[in-house]
Design a protein around this ligand. Structure first.
Ligand code: KIV
Ligand code: ZN
Length: 392
């Protein structure tokens, strides 16, 4: 079998993630997150936007001094001052990248930048030329690419690669793309850009329509992108970015489909999610895929019975492999006898007969109709009462 091509995981929790209103992080917190990302095996850590504030500059510098195994990256607009700040901030890192960007959609070029297309290309090219003074690892992004004219994208991307950009990132900046179209969009760009094979193609999708993960996977599978930009818990501007834990587990769980090498230590996903949540104060919704408290909890009797017989009846991946201690069988009014019996065993409650279990189970069902949370103490007391009654 062929060795699968590597998928590069580029994390932007510390940059796009911090653009999430209310998610400002201090330097010490950023360092803790960067170390966790490195421990997890993230390939590229976008540590911040050096020119945006002295605090961001200092945080990137601090991260560049300690992170050894991941590439440390700073964002920079396509101007000389931003590039210089980015270059200086990442200087100490053994592996360093400058990520420069400029908007390429007619709307952004005209209304926001007030630049002609030719001037946009010139700005991109001079930014890349300047960035090469600091590092050989240069990423160029066409902001609002999914609403840009393909013909203009061909021209600017070809010029960027000629100048030395080795990663070309195609952002769906406003989360406007739909999966089948986005994958084709990337494929078409790669086919038309004459020097496309001299760069790694990347996708950066926002979640305004809840499609960031699907669009990213389509960009990879149908478009041939080999880098996904994502963030822990999907933290990011507005509705957020593609969630790292979701794309990583999709690629690993459906390796049969994607056939890509992804070298993230998935047992670090839940710790990373909890760390980011506690630092930002953004709670994780219980039904969030992979890292939500209910992601590996089974409540219905039919499911609990199935999981007790064979976990893969209702689990496509294990709780343990993403960093939870175990899956959970939640006892409530929907639970069945199998889960009840299992919990009784786990609690070490001595039972004499199947009849005792059956009687306690009937009482449990009555209780569960009245009470949403059934604690271990409740189960214990069902047997205490039963015992007491028998004694009387
Ligand atoms: O969403 C976006 O377009 C960005 C770029 C700076 C890559 O975050
Ligand atoms: Zn973004």
């Amino acid at each position: 079998m062929n060795t699968p091509e590597k998928l590069i995981i580029f994390d932007t929790t510390l940059r796009d993630g911090e653009q999430s209103p209310g998610a400002t992080m201090g330097q010490a917190d950023k360092l803790r997150i960067a170390k966790q990302l490195e421990r997890m095996g993230v390939d590229v850590i976008e540590a911040g936007f050096a020119a945006s504030s002295p605090g961001d500059f200092a945080a990137i510098q601090a991260i560049a001094q300690v992170v050894k195994n991941s590439t440390v990256c700073s964002l920079a607009r396509a101007n000389l001052r931003d590039i210089e700040k980015a270059g200086l901030a990442i200087q100490a890192a053994p592996r360093k990248r400058i990520h420069t960007f400029i908007a390429t959609s007619p709307l952004h070029m005209e209304k926001k930048l007030n630049l002609q297309p030719g001037q946009v290309i010139e700005a991109a090219v001079s930014a890349i030329r300047e960035a090469k003074k600091y590092t050989d690892d240069i990423e160029f992004s066409c902001e609002d690419a999914s609403r840009s004219e393909p013909e203009f994208l061909y021209r600017i991307i070809e010029a960027a690669i000629r100048e030395g950009a080795n990663t070309i990132n195609i952002p769906d900046t406003v989360g406007y793309a739909v999966p089948s179209v986005f994958g084709e969009f990337i494929k078409n760009l790669r086919e038309h850009v004459y020097n496309s094979d001299q760069a790694i193609w990347s996708v950066h999708c926002h979640n305004d329509l809840g499609l960031a993960v699907a669009n990213s996977l389509s960009g990879v599978h149908f478009g041939g992108a080999r880098q996904i930009e994502c963030s822990i818990n999907g933290l990011g501007e507005r509705a957020g970015n593609c969630a790292l834990e979701e794309v990583v587990m999709a690629v690993k769980t459906r390796k049969d489909f994607f056939n890509l090498g992804c070298y993230i230590d998935t047992r670090q996903l839940v710790p990373a999610s909890k760390l980011v949540s506690s630092i930002t104060g953004f709670p994780i919704q219980p039904n969030k895929a992979i890292v939500g408290a209910n992601a590996f909890s089974h409540a219905s009797g039919i499911h609990q019975d199935g999981v007790l017989k064979a976990r893969d009846t209702y689990e496509i991946m294990t709780a343990e492999e993403v960093g939870w201690n175990t899956n959970k069988l939640v006892l409530g009014k929907l639970s069945g006898r199998s889960a009840f019996r299992q919990r009784v065993r786990e609690l070490g409650i001595p039972t004499k007969s199947e009849e005792e279990i059956n009687e306690a189970f009937a009482r449990f069902k009555e209780l569960a109709d009245k009470k949403t949370d059934i604690f271990d103490e409740d189960i214990q007391s069902l047997f205490d009462e039963q015992y007491t009654e028998q004694q009387n």
